[in-house]
Design a protein. Structure first.
Length: 424
């Protein structure tokens, strides 16, 4: 009885999620090679790395950006890695206040691209501007499609609930692969892991659906649950806090007691120097080594600079993770960010980020696996619909044949012929 109910639930939740999972699966595969696709589509936004030379330091790049557009304030930015060195720096920018009006300046961009070797401007883009249609906004559109169906907050919330259902369905789907009876359990379950390629189309689709889900089940669960983390954070935080020691972003902001500073006393150069000093001190205290700088940011609402680096504690090769927050006026250390070890729940959360973004120690093999998983998610959705359709078609034919044989309903010759063709 329970198994029949779970089959029914798996069938209908799968059908309801089909379109959503196909969209996020295919776009997720594309985003696993986001930078490479961006280089292909918009080569003008990338520079040629200069072998043997050093890229400009972060502070200089921030100064060049604000000199190029005085009405913009740089928020956060980082090097974009490439063979031979970074070939792009992406700076997120917001408008400064116009002293004459007290209102923000009007900017036609929110991201600025610089050559990390020369500081030369490579381009500008407003990532969320639907009026900028074309190659320049193609990858931002794919990202919005993946994270919110390109529908903003409402779309993100829909995907959050889909991710929650998907997470629960992962366990239901796994259970349904188990043999219904306990006799010769391992021998019978073994068949669920393989595809009988010489069977008919229905059996191949069924085996692909079942075996495909089994072989990568841990990653399917990781992608489903991390999607809840991104799009339905209250649910994720409540569950994580119930099981692990965990400090959410809101918990941290509430306890941080920061204050907005529009014009900090420390400029970019002083903030970078102080950030390097503070992170070096923390490296000695906590026993990690600093490998290379990664990003710099100014968070106006909190009144702090953030200085981040790739360190021996980092498991994301291209992501924020190991860094310090320092007061924008005094340079006082406000917080140390470590990717692991502080709170078990936060360590797990950081690993979920790394797994979802395909950035585990920069392994190309894992990034390719993420690409494959996106396609596999789409395949599982399509095969699930095919299995449902074939079974439904079979039930309809069986019911029609039963009515025909019982003589309860007249059937014309043409309809009978159609039934026979369908049966074959």
């Amino acid at each position: 009885m329970i198994r029949r109910y779970l089959i029914w639930q798996h069938r209908w939740t799968g059908l309801l999620m089909t379109v959503f999972l196909i969209v996020v699966g295919l776009t997720g595969s594309m985003l696993s090679y986001r930078v490479e696709l961006e280089r292909l589509i918009n080569p003008q936004l990338f520079a040629t790395p200069t072998l043997g030379a050093k890229p400009l330091d972060l502070a200089t790049l921030a100064e060049r950006a604000e000199a190029a557009e005085p009405h913009a304030r740089v928020g956060y930015f980082s090097y974009v890695p490439a063979r031979g060195g970074p070939d792009q720096v992406v700076l997120a920018c917001g408008p400064r206040l116009n002293p004459a009006t007290g209102k923000p300046y009007q900017l036609d961009f929110d991201h600025l691209f610089l050559n990390p070797w020369t500081g030369e401007e490579l381009g500008r883009r407003r990532d969320y501007d639907t009026s900028q249609v074309g190659r320049i906004t193609f990858m931002p559109f794919i990202y919005r499609l993946h994270t919110s169906l390109a529908l903003g907050t409402a779309g993100g919330l829909v995907l959050g609930y889909v991710a929650l259902v998907w997470t629960l369905d992962c366990f239901i789907g796994f259970y349904l692969t188990l043999p219904a009876s306990k006799g010769a359990f391992w021998k019978r379950w073994k068949t669920a892991w393989w595809v009988k390629w010489r069977a008919n189309a229905f059996r191949i689709n069924f085996d692909l659906h079942r075996a495909g889900g089994l072989w990568v089940w841990p990653l399917l669960f990781i992608f489903a649950w991390s999607s809840v983390m991104f799009n339905l954070s209250p649910v994720y935080e409540k569950v994580t806090r119930a099981v692990f020691d965990y400090q959410s972003d809101m918990d941290f902001i509430t306890s941080f007691h920061g204050h907005a500073i529009e014009k900090p006393k420390l400029d970019w150069r002083a903030a970078q120097a102080r950030g390097e000093q503070l992170l070096a001190q923390q490296a000695m205290i906590h026993g990690f080594t600093i490998q290379q700088p990664f990003g710099l940011a100014y968070l106006e609402n909190e009144g702090v600079y953030s200085y981040d680096a790739i360190t021996s504690r980092s498991f994301r090769a291209h992501g924020w993770g190991t860094g310090v927050w320092l007061d924008g006026d005094t340079g006082e250390l406000k917080h140390l960010w470590l990717p692991d070890g502080e709170h078990a729940g936060n360590t797990i959360t950081n690993w979920l980020w790394a797994f979802h973004f395909g950035d585990v120690y920069g392994l190309r093999s894992y990034r390719f696996l993420v690409f494959v998983i996106g396609l596999l998610i789409s395949m599982l959705s399509v095969t699930g619909v095919y299995i449902w359709w074939k079974k439904r078609h079979g039930r309809m034919i069986a019911a029609a044949r039963k009515r025909l044989l019982s003589g309860n309903q007249p059937v014309v010759a043409g309809n009978a012929a159609d039934l026979m063709r369908g049966n074959r």
